[in-house]
Design a protein around this ligand. Structure first.
Ligand SMILES: *Cc1c(COP(=O)(O)O)cnc(C)c1O
Ligand code: SF4
Length: 323
């Protein structure tokens, strides 16, 4: 059962350090930073880390560090202006034709660089009791053709709840596509079970799943098999990554990620510049360096394996290309 795998995720910094083979000198900072944004990482993801390596690219994404406690100018609580863009409870309608539903605040993993680390999910959860308001908003605007379930991570919700929700969306005649933004197939591949494939494979809506992996080491055999099951159910698969200092800020790492994704049936989609969220400044890669990396990818890879380098800017009508 994926729920029990999720429930057994590591949340104690001491346990993560022990599992990663790191010493206690990391503990005080990890505890302090975990006060700001709790530690959470599934054991299967930890198993893909190298042991005894504080620079392991998977560990870096989840280990709370002292740097997170620093206030850095320019890094705030709502860097992408989501609160201002809330059209109805939990409904982000920033871009033409697409709405994003923050379906749940819960995630299976807490990524230290996440721009939602300060997001007040309690006020932004349409599914708690205000799902009808969200559905009414979508039904009233026939320019909306695609609904994106996001969060948090929508796949932390039960299949029963998700099937209900999708049933509601299917009743809106002008909707054509259903998209899920989820990290679960990567961090908890057990989530891709028959129940999920049942409702996702059966909807009249064209279905797209956008996963989130930042490094090739995240894609092991269990993840590849979960992705293959999604693919076999007729779902289009894309990946978005965040460009992260110390994780994937090299052309070798990014090229390897694209190759591994493609081999697993996933097309590289976006490479996001870090959102300037408080506590994540140490992950930032300067724009000039980011451009050089993508130029190098363009030299090495076929065009379809080069993700689009984008930045999210509050008020912009879409992701803004960095060129
Ligand atoms: C990223 C995002 C989308 C999706 O954008 P695409 O370019 O279609 O992937 C939609 N709505 C919001 C609010 C977003 O942040
Ligand atoms: S899974 Fe996505 S929403 Fe959840 S913490 Fe990671 S980046 Fe943020």
């Amino acid at each position: 059962m994926w729920q029990s795998v999720l429930a057994r995720a590591i949340t104690d910094p001491a346990e993560l350090l022990a599992a990663a083979g790191l010493g206690h000198e990391w503990l005080p900072a990890a505890r302090a930073a975990a006060q700001l944004f709790p530690l959470r990482v599934p054991r299967g993801f930890v198993a893909r880390m190298g042991r005894g390596d504080p620079h392991d690219p998977l560990l870096r994404q989840v280990l709370p560090l002292a740097e997170e406690c620093l206030a850095v100018t320019g890094f705030g609580a709502d860097p992408v202006g989501d609160l201002a863009a809330m059209a109805a409870p939990g409904v982000l309608h920033k871009y033409h034709g697409r709405v994003l539903l923050t379906a749940t605040g819960a995630c299976a993993v807490h990524c230290r660089y996440c721009f939602r680390r300060h997001f007040p999910y309690a006020d932004a959860n349409p599914l708690a009791d205000r799902w009808n308001q969200a559905l009414a908003y979508i039904a009233a605007d026939d320019s909306i053709v695609e609904v994106i379930l996001s969060g948090g991570d929508p796949l932390t919700m039960s299949d029963r709840r998700l099937a209900e929700l999708v049933h509601g969306l299917e009743g809106v005649g002008h909707l054509r596509r259903l998209r899920l933004h989820t990290r679960l197939p990567i961090v908890l591949p057990e989530r891709v079970n028959d129940e999920l494939l049942g409702w996702l494979g059966a909807t009249r809506l064209k279905t797209v799943v956008v996963v989130h992996a930042n490094h090739a080491q995240e894609i092991d055999a269990s993840v590849a098999s979960a992705l293959a099951r999604l693919k076999a159910a007729g779902i289009e698969l894309f990946n978005q990554s965040v460009l992260l200092r110390g994780v994937n800020d090299s052309a070798d790492v990014l090229a390897a990620l694209s190759e591994v994704l493609f081999a697993a049936g996933v097309m590289p989609y976006y490479l996001h510049m870090l959102d300037r969220v408080q506590g994540a400044a140490h992950f930032e890669v300067p724009e000039a360096a980011a451009r050089r990396l993508v130029a190098e990818l363009n030299r090495r890879l076929p065009g379809y394996l080069v993700p689009r380098l984008v930045r999210e800017i509050a008020g912009a009508p879409g992701k803004v290309p960095v060129i």
